[in-house]
Write a protein that binds this ligand. Sequence first.
Ligand code: 3HC
Length: 335
Amino acid sequence: MYTQSLDLPGQTPAALASVDTPDKRQAAFDARMAEDAKIEPMDWMPDAYRKTLVRQISQHAHSEIIGMQPEGNWISRAPSLKRKAILLAKVQDEGGHGLYLYSAAETLNASRDDLVDALHAGRAKYSSIFNYPTLTWADVGVIGWLVDGAAIMNQIPLCRCSYGPYARAMIRICKEESFHQRQGFDALLAMMRGTQAQRDMVQDAVNRWWFPVLMMFGPPDAASTNSAQTMAWGIKRISNDDLRQKFVDATVEQAKVLGVTLPDPGLVWNAERGHYDYSPLDWDEFWRVINGDGPCNRERLATRVKAHEDGAWVRDAALAHARKRARRDASAKAA
Ligand code: 3HC
């Protein structure tokens, strides 16, 4: 059974908690970092380490939850029962990822209510990519192939993150994301083997999503405010630009198998670098989107807030049930 408190062999989770002076605690933490060991919830950690983990993990959780919307929009319009069942399972997985990640943030003493409030009030970030619309069924396939493909590329290194609960959550998430990526590719392949109209629909979706997907990896390294510190702490393992490049190199080959054209005339093999070059991205668009002014930001937040409000009775009922069970257990013990 998956658990956030799972210990891995060779680790001594409580060791830092037993070191008693601030200098010694910091030195013990630094030593942990130097030997690339895990930090666990009960360990002492610098406030800034805790804060940046809560920032990144909660943004990640919000992305998973908001990320249910663009595809959820297509569940009732999936072209067959098979595709509908796959899509339902996938959207449910994203909800589950959000829950593991909120749980991981809670191990850092963050309150889930506060994190959710910050999202609903527009104070918290979530991935830029989910502020773009899903106009056709091909968009659902492209989200699987490209968005989940980019997410895996970014998230595999997080399985080795220095904070134990986040790293362990990422192992399961990456396995599920891998299924998501393949189902997207499979849906697109079926369309590419279909009619000309279907092929055109796939190409149109790829044209619209390609550049926003490349921006998912975050700003260029030179403009990445958090990278230097999070890499020094072993939270992030590979830089934004390096992950983006790995994704481009892998995806060009997949596009050939699919038979689609990636919409960038600057995408050419550079033998000297051993990588594909690609055209500069529109970073003004990126900052506009993450600052709340993308094509769907307002709609995504309004839908999320409404879903939360509509679900209040479920949370109330679950709490009432838990209270009733606790009372019943207490009186059974007393008897
Ligand atoms: N969307 C929104 N905000 C972004 C962003 C993006 N694509 N990329 C960067 N930012 C924000 C950062 O959060 C940061 O803002 P902050 O300081 O206010 O928090 C600012 O832009 C500067 O960027 P940095 O490079 O300094 O930020 P990070 O070092 O945190 O790197 C990141 C950004 C690569 C997204 C990193 O946080 C990360 O790896 N996070 C975990 C993975 C994640 O959250 N993925 C989101 C997609 S999840 C998903 O796609 C679900 C799946 O089902 C498809």
